[in-house]
Design a protein around this ligand. Structure first.
Ligand code: XMP
Length: 518
């Protein structure tokens, strides 16, 4: 749907590096639309996109080794500006006649780089600026026509360019936050080199999407599974604005939601909410609890929940009958991580992409958020008038609290983890936004231990608190929170939540632990 709109596009050509989605996100933060394509994508496809600029990403290989990811040299003849980053910079040199070799000293970490401020790429950047380096190879000879535009103590060619041809290359990573002025560099590339005007804005995205959805759907009927998470809520809100009563949203309460989540979703989308749609809230708590009874193994629990969810959803869909469209809140990282977008491996097969209810009667799938990153989805949600509480929600797994309760799930345990989690979120929520972790929640360990309350001994559950910082959820660091936040929450939990007499803080990174507990 989106492709029909003619808008400036920058293409990220993915050579397998870990920061590739980040590059696209940073470009979009500059209000320039950006898409990721694998280096295996043919030149004709890239050409057809009429990109305003192309960015070669980093990657784990050595470009001079046989079989390393590469691209046809004709890409340099399109007349389109190109920026090569890390592996991308080396590949650009390698293909254009320079030389790349194993570096005598591996550069890794935050390194001071001296830049030539006359370069368009470094306009308004400080002469000495901290950049993030991570490379084993280095460029030992520039390709003909290139001049050096930045260096470090160990790296004579930290950045280089051929201004006439509009080819730029950096050995460091401007896309990561450790590169202090990286955003300025990317902004210089898209504005000063590629000549973009910055036509990618969420208000116009919302407006254009509503128009396009109306055109596509006509007087058809749409069914949308609403989970209460950010993506499906924004998807539903967009469709609600576009086609109103033609939309039916089905929200399944599987009894594994966070505290008050069902009420919040019903308030926004239900009868007295802001949208004029058909809204069905299915109370399936008992069904899920009885199916989960006695099940202890994580995978078993996940399977039961997945299966029951589809059964409940299908039963509702049957009552509604044939619909024309099934709407899903698939977002861009889901698409990329499922191996459909860039190159960065098929890391996990997302339940969102091409998944969910295969047997529901619908003619076509619509995914209006398919090209958006999470922060853009949140912004679109704000444009659509969704409450901040809903729009800024943390990621929440489909199996819900069931994977935050180790072992068997019971209604009593759900209540404990809901109450503890609400307190933890409230306390962490008091921190300034910049200090808040990417994801934070309480989990219920499957452990009881002895405590003392008043004069009495207790034998009750231990709650674990988790707080992690991550950009991609593939790896995660433990967020170092103020001690007071942790102790206040721990005190409140043992005092306010029945059957908890111990609170622990999880200090494990991912890997080796996962973010969730099961
Ligand atoms: P893990 O526990 O694998 O979590 O480190 C990484 C991120 O994925 C979320 N997660 C899930 N999301 N269905 C989902 O929709 C799932 O089954 C699921 N398991 C984990 C988790 O919350 C974290 O953000």
């Amino acid at each position: 749907m989106e492709k029909k709109m003619k808008r400036e596009t920058v293409v990220v050509l993915d050579f397998g590096g870990q920061y590739n989605q980040l590059i696209a996100r940073r470009v979009r933060e500059c209000n320039v639309y950006c898409e990721i394509y694998s280096y295996k994508t043919g030149l004709e496809t890239i050409k057809a996109l009429q990109p305003k600029g192309i960015i070669f990403t980093g990657g784990p290989n050595s470009c001079y080794e046989p079989g390393a990811p590469t691209y046809v040299k004709e890409i340099f003849e399109l007349g389109v500006p190109i920026l090569g980053i890390c592996y991308g910079s080396q590949l650009m040199m390698h293909l254009l006649g320079g030389q790349v070799e194993k570096a005598p000293v591996r550069e890794y970490g935050k390194i001071e780089v001296t830049v030539n401020r006359d370069s368009k790429l470094f306009a308004d950047v400080s002469e000495k600026t901290i950049c993030w380096m991570s490379h084993n190879d280095y460029i030992s000879r520039l390709a003909p026509g290139f001049t050096v535009s930045a260096h470090t103590d160990n790296c004579p060619y930290a950045a280089m360019e051929n201004e006439e041809k509009q080819f730029y290359a950096t050995q460091f990573h401007p896309e990561v936050l450790h590169t202090q002025e990286g955003k300025k560099m990317l902004s210089n590339f898209v504005y000063k080199v590629c000549g973009c005007s910055g036509d990618w804005k969420m208000d116009s995205f919302v407006e254009e999407s509503i128009r396009a959805l109306r055109e596509e759907i006509g007087d058809g009927r749409v069914l949308c599974a609403l989970s209460g998470g950010v993506d499906s809520s924004v998807c539903a809100a967009l469709l609600a604005k576009a086609v109103g009563k033609q939309l039916t949203c089905v929200f399944v309460d599987h009894g594994l939601l966070r505290k008050n989540e069902r009420e919040q979703v019903c308030e926004v989308f239900g009868e007295n909410g802001d949208f004029d749609i058909h809204f069905i809230c299915v109370d399936a708590r008992d069904r899920f609890y009885s199916e989960l009874a006695g099940k202890r193994a994580p995978e078993r629990k996940r399977k039961v929940i997945g299966r029951e969810f589809i059964r409940v959803f299908e039963a509702e869909a049957k009552k509604i009958g044939m619909v024309d469209y099934l709407a899903q809140g698939t977002i861009y990282p889901d698409v990329v991580e499922s191996g459909l977008g860039g190159e960065s491996a098929t890391i996990k097969s997302h339940h969102n992409v091409g998944g969910l209810p295969k047997h529901v009667d619908f003619k076509e799938l619509i995914e209006p958020l398919r090209n958006l990153f999470k922060d853009e989805v949140r912004q679109a949600g704000r444009e659509l008038g969704l409450p901040e509480e809903l729009v800024s929600r943390q990621p929440f797994p489909g199996p819900g609290l069931a994977i935050r309760i180790i072992g068997e799930v019971t209604p009593e345990k759900v209540q404990i983890v809901q109450d503890a989690d609400a307190i933890w979120r409230e306390e962490v929520g008091k921190l300034p936004p910049a200090q808040r972790p990417s994801q934070y929640f309480a989990a219920l360990t499957n452990m009881k231990s002895v405590g003392v309350m008043g004069d009495e001994r207790t034998y009750d559950y231990a709650v674990a608190l988790r707080a992690v910082t991550t950009t991609d959820f593939m790896t995660a660091e433990v967020t170092l929170l103020p001690t007071e936040t942790i102790t206040t929450a721990a005190n409140r939990i043992v005092n306010e939540v029945k059957h908890v007499n111990r609170v622990m803080f999880d200090y494990t990174t991912k890997p080796p632990a996962t973010i969730e507990f099961e």
